[in-house]
Write a protein that binds this ligand. Structure first.
Ligand code: FAD
Length: 395
């Protein structure tokens, strides 16, 4: 059996590891755009802050692949997929045949049109090295700018605070995560940032950068914001062109059923790139967190090896931003639920949102209210009524 895995992140590498456990004879090839062994993206901010040594972020040593008899092709991209003749075409023109294929390609960062020295993005280890270099070159007290209102913006807020940089943030919505949060939770975050001394500009669309070759600031519809370094965190956009051309169905991600099978036989998907049928939520979800990617890597290996295993997980993502703890659990798309219940208030310093669909709780967001995490997570797993879960959440 020939397995090809596209993407050497946690989803692809975990799948390779479990496939090897399940099939000692199979030919397993991992095609990885990045040059590094598997590393933890979660630890990258700690690497930049100097809190973990470089060697600790690597989750697999270089010789691990060899010892597992996994053929890893680094610095190579799959450019074309031929589903009829079952091969992929790599950069450089090489073709690889497969019996079963896994698409675990994560996402490419969305970029802005302009570029100047001082503009950064944050997805990969190479990005982390670039950010470290920029931070180390700046004089003490230089101002950091952030464009975006999501997870990566939170990482930049923490980084700039660590390096004692005054910070300006601007984003398009009225508050962070406008597709997820109601106004009260958004206000809590905005208020917190202002209290922490961050200059916050809402409803601000990027217009341009200022500076000749070196960044001097950025301009949004809310005004001109001087800064020496800009962190851009405006989401990811996977490249689906070669998949769509091959007939693989895509939407927000690569569409898959609960077994992580795509619409094409013997082609599977896992991790950030997958838009899978979540049987707990009862609809397709595109989940972007470490726990989800790793667990899907394991589940998809079972399915690729021939043991039908539905993927079932209530995954979560938590981040502490300038001292404010934020936790996201389950299905938290406001547009996909019947009602979002808001508990607590910005003034009280904590807001929990409970997402209800067909009377059941399907998701939860806790900002400054960590203790609500367990009852909500249990409620989602056990498909309990929103009413019951809300009662059990400490009001
Ligand atoms: C800075 C940062 C901090 C984070 N912190 C947290 C956290 O605290 N908690 C949490 O739960 N999650 C966190 N995340 C998110 C988490 O890291 C991701 O959800 C997870 O890494 C996704 O893994 P993946 O394998 O699906 O995709 P990826 O890790 O993106 O791996 C996909 C790989 O495929 C490669 N690739 C893409 N296209 C091709 C192609 N055509 N051919 C070959 N290779 C290709 C890509 O280059 C990439 O290396 C963080 C992410 C970042 C960037």
């Amino acid at each position: 059996m020939k397995f090809i895995i596209i993407g050497g992140g946690v989803a692809g590498t975990t799948a390779a590891e479990y496939l090897r456990k399940l099939d000692t004879e199979a030919e397993i090839t991992l095609v990885s755009e990045e040059h590094h062994s598997l590393y933890s993206r979660v630890l990258l901010p700690h690497l930049i802050k100097g809190k973990v040594p470089r060697e600790r972020i690597f989750l697999k040593k270089d010789d691990w692949y060899y010892k597992q008899n996994i053929d890893v092709l680094r610095g190579v991209v799959v450019e074309k997929l031929d589903v009829k003749n079952k091969f992929v075409l790599l950069t450089g023109g090489r073709e690889l045949e497969f019996d079963k294929l896994l698409i675990a390609t994560g996402g490419e960062v969305r970029t802005i049109d302009d570029d100047l020295r001082g503009v950064s993005y944050f997805r990969t280890l190479d990005d982390a090295d670039h950010i470290s270099q920029l931070l180390n070159e700046l004089p003490h007290g230089a101002r950091g700018g952030i464009y975006g209102g999501g997870f990566i913006a939170c990482e930049y807020l923490n980084l700039f605070r660590h390096f004692e940089m005054p910070t300006t943030i601007a984003f398009r919505g009225k508050h962070f995560w406008s597709r997820v949060l109601e106004a009260e939770a958004g206000k809590l975050i905005n208020d917190h940032l202002v209290k922490e001394g961050v200059e916050v500009h809402v409803s601000a669309d990027l217009v341009s950068l200022t500076g000749e070759t070196q960044l001097e600031g950025f301009v949004t519809t809310a005004g001109e914001h001087p800064c020496s370094m800009l962190g851009v965190g405006i989401g990811v956009t996977p490249d689906f062109s070669y998949l769509s051309e091959a007939g693989v169905e895509t939407g927000n991600g690569v569409k898959a059923n609960e077994y992580l099978e795509t619409n094409i036989e013997n082609i599977f998907t896992a991790g950030d790139v997958a838009e899978f049928y979540d049987s707990i939520a009862g609809r397709h979800l595109n989940v972007k967190n470490w726990m989800n990617a790793m667990s899907q890597g394991r589940a998809v290996a079972q399915n690729m090896a021939g043991t039908k295993t539905p993927f079932e997980l209530v995954s979560s993502y938590s981040i502490n931003t300038l001292g404010l703890e934020m936790i996201f659990v389950g299905d938290v798309d406001k547009d996909a639920v019947d009602k979002v219940h808001v508990i607590g208030s910005a003034d009280a310093g904590g807001v929990t949102q409970v997402y209800e669909r067909d009377g059941k709780v399907v998701g939860g967001v806790m900002i400054g209210r960590n203790t609500d995490r367990k009852p909500i997570t249990d409620g989602i797993k056990e498909k309990r009524s929103a009413e019951e879960v809300i009662k059990s959440v400490n009001n």
